[in-house]
Design a protein around this ligand. Structure first.
Ligand code: FES
Ligand SMILES: [Fe+2]
Length: 350
């Protein structure tokens, strides 16, 4: 099997950044899917929480990034000639215009991208048309819960390698080794996991995970359910008695060669907050191990080798490519998306 040509889906919600990264009156510039985007959060005069917005980070006048300018909480001002734009992208002021000059600033707009903020997660829609769906929610997540831990890492590879690398179970015993987890000689165990289709993706059905140190700290026998969804969102819901932990991972393309991987945790158990420093260390370590092997993989990929996806460890990766192709085709043909994943048990040793 050859490397599938990279397709970046456009008409879909991508995780952009944690809402906490945007204070009222603040902005953040990012490149997403090869496009410069300026995120901001308004600062309402009544002191409200403010709304997140996203506009193309290029002034329509002479191309200066708007992020080089300023934001007063209501309008973004370009530093070059001082044009101002509202959160909708509408130009509101051109300082050089003289009274009576016949110029309709209502026609001047910078592209605005639809955004949504839910549970402290900011999503962006970069498609041509307005969104016709909503971003994914997390199962059973209370509406007022915000992430407790947030980590983002830049992977120097395209989105597909990042997604496939994160969902592949066979690398775990080889790559995720550390003094506190999986020490000593590599020992593999036979695993059998039930999978089934779920919206725009698939789910590893609720099961009791192997007790590892991390789970042992949490106490009672946990149960976990892991779902993957296009474009690159993995949601693990761990139930421990009456409490829950959600591990949210999102893969967002910066461009064709760089990808941001974000990992956020939500939990309903306040005392878990005590473990924050340890958890951050572990997240950094694990994600760093995934990134490091992908960096090494790039050294081989530059020779454009033929790649393989074998059963059953790479079945999730196959599904990912199938789902993505189907998503693209269904949009092009203007028909409903058909999920080809069937209920099945995948077996592997890891
Ligand atoms: S380039 Fe932005 S105002 Fe002229
Ligand atoms: Fe990994």
């Amino acid at each position: 099997m050859t490397a599938a040509p990279l397709i970046l889906l456009k008409d879909i919600w991508y995780f952009a950044l944690p809402g906490a990264a945007l204070k009222p009156g603040g902005t953040k510039a990012k490149i997403l899917l090869g496009e410069p985007v300026l995120f901001g959060r308004t600062k309402p005069k009544d002191g409200g929480p403010g709304d997140v917005f996203a506009v193309r980070d290029i002034c329509p006048h002479r191309g200066v990034p708007l992020s080089e300018g300023s934001f007063d909480g209501q309008e973004v001002q370009c530093p070059y000639h001082g044009w101002k734009f509202g959160p909708s992208g509408q130009c509101t002021h051109i300082p050089s215009l003289v009274e009576g000059q016949d110029f309709d600033i209502a026609k001047i707009k910078v592209r605005r991208y639809p955004v949504r903020e839910q549970n402290g997660l900011v999503w962006i829609w970069m498609g041509k048309d307005e969104p016709d769906q909503e971003p994914p929610g997390l199962p059973e997540l209370p509406a007022d819960l915000r992430p407790t831990l947030t980590k983002a890492m830049l992977f120097p590879c395209n989105m597909d390698h990042a997604v496939v690398g994160l969902m592949d179970p066979a690398h775990v015993p080889f790559i995720h080794r550390s003094w506190y987890w999986r020490t000593g000689p590599i020992k593999l165990k036979t695993k059998a996991k039930e999978f089934g289709p779920s919206p725009y993706g698939f789910t590893m059905k609720r099961h009791k995970p192997a007790i590892t140190l991390a789970y042992r700290i949490l106490g009672a026998a946990p149960e976990t359910e892991i779902s993957f969804r296009l474009p690159g969102v993995r949601i693990e819901h761990i139930r421990i008695g009456a409490n829950s932990v959600w591990n949210f991972t999102a893969v967002t393309p910066i461009d064709d060669t760089q990808t941001e991987v974000s990992n956020l945790f939500f939990w309903t158990t306040p005392w878990l907050g005590l473990l924050k420093p340890i958890a951050l260390f572990v997240m950094d370590h694990f994600l760093g191990q995934d990134r490091d092997i992908l960096i090494r993989q790039q050294r081989g990929l530059k020779y454009d080798p033929t790649l393989m996806l074998i059963r059953d460890t790479d079945t999730q990766a196959r599904w990912y490519y199938q789902l993505k192709n189907e998503y693209l085709r269904a949009r092009e043909e203007g028909r409903p998306f058909v999920n080809a994943v069937k209920d099945t048990v995948l077996r592997w040793r890891s």
